[in-house]
Ligand binder design. Structure first.
Ligand SMILES: NC(=O)c1ccc[n+]([C@@H]2O[C@H](COP(=O)([O-])OP(=O)(O)OC[C@H]3O[C@@H](n4cnc5c(N)ncnc54)[C@H](O)[C@@H]3O)[C@@H](O)[C@H]2O)c1
Length: 262
């Protein structure tokens, strides 16, 4: 319960599957939460749900790709809780699927804006409070697509490669100021975002799609949002005090091998 006692933590994409599962874990572990998401109605529903369990929760409806809104969620956190101890820079979109040579340019720009610019803006406006106070921990949301190509998803793939670069650079810049920056690389996690992809790949056959994509992992199944949240909570905690600039795989073993048994 006390791992994050009295800590103030921002979670973006907090109305989504992985974001909310992580909020539930962090709240159980004592954190005060600033939940950020562009989807205001769902954000409010999720916050009400968490408050009912006794958690201290504030919300900020914001577009993570828009600098004034990112500045606002950082400032509102400091106003509400006095400081920012932890930051899960998680909001992201999957986007349309098409081969690179046919990919819609506006869609490419949209993904860059949310998944990459949004992560940069979060670092740009949250790190100053941590650096000023000489402590804090950040976890950025990457993907196993940060380490491999993803046929049909050039924009998503490029943004998630970029998140690793932002993580490594920021980690090296703030390490000696008492702040750690890491990223997580989830594999195939069972969420609405994944179900959208499955609908494009296996129209009308979600169960088959889940089984098929689960085979990417040597554990032979898709992951659950809370299996990501538990690792994020660890990386934000003092138990991870010597982990910095890392890309933490949460993929059921997918990146560890080339499967030859399916
Ligand atoms: N589901 C997976 O298999 C998987 C695997 C690897 C990485 N990820 C990453 O995990 C993160 C969370 O994804 P999820 O699976 O929980 O999906 P999700 O769609 O359930 O959650 C994403 C949340 O981000 C919010 N969001 C989107 N654009 C935003 C913006 N501009 N500003 C603020 N909020 C915005 C959405 O409203 C949503 O609530 C994403 O960055 C995704 O790329 C997911």
């Amino acid at each position: 319960m006390s791992r994050h006692a009295d800590r103030s933590i921002i979670v973006t994409g907090a109305a989504g599957a992985i974001g909310f599962a992580t909020c539930e874990i962090l709240a159980r572990e004592g954190a005060r939460l600033m939940m950020v998401d562009i989807n205001a109605p769902r954000l409010n529903e999720r916050a009400t749900q968490l408050r009912a369990s006794g958690a201290r929760v504030e919300t900020c409806a914001a577009d993570c790709g828009e600098e004034t809104e990112v500045r606002r969620y950082a400032a509102e956190t400091v106003k509400a809780f006095g400081r920012i101890d932890g930051f899960f820079n998680n909001a992201g979109v999957e986007g349309a699927l098409a081969p690179t040579h046919e990919y819609d340019v506006a869609e490419f720009d949209r993904l860059m804006r949310v998944n990459l610019r949004g992560v940069f803006l979060g670092l740009r406006h949250v790190l100053p409070d941590m650096v000023r106070r000489g402590s804090g921990a950040v976890v950025n949301m990457a993907s196993i697509g940060s380490e491999r190509g993803l046929a049909g998803a050039c924009a998503y793939n490029a943004t998630k490669h970029g998140v690793v670069g932002l993580t490594r650079t920021a980690a090296s810049e703030v390490a000696q100021k008492g702040v750690r920056v890491n990223c997580v690389m989830p594999g195939v996690i069972e969420t609405p975002l994944l179900l959208e992809v499955i609908e494009q790949l296996f129209p009308g056959n979600a169960q088959h799609g889940l089984e098929k994509l689960g085979q990417v992992a040597t554990l032979n199944r898709c992951g659950k949002p809370e299996e990501v949240g538990n690792v994020v909570s660890f990386l934000l905690s003092d138990e991870a005090s010597y982990v910095n600039g890392a890309q933490w795989e949460i993929d059921g073993g997918a990146l560890a091998t080339i499967r030859n048994d399916i």
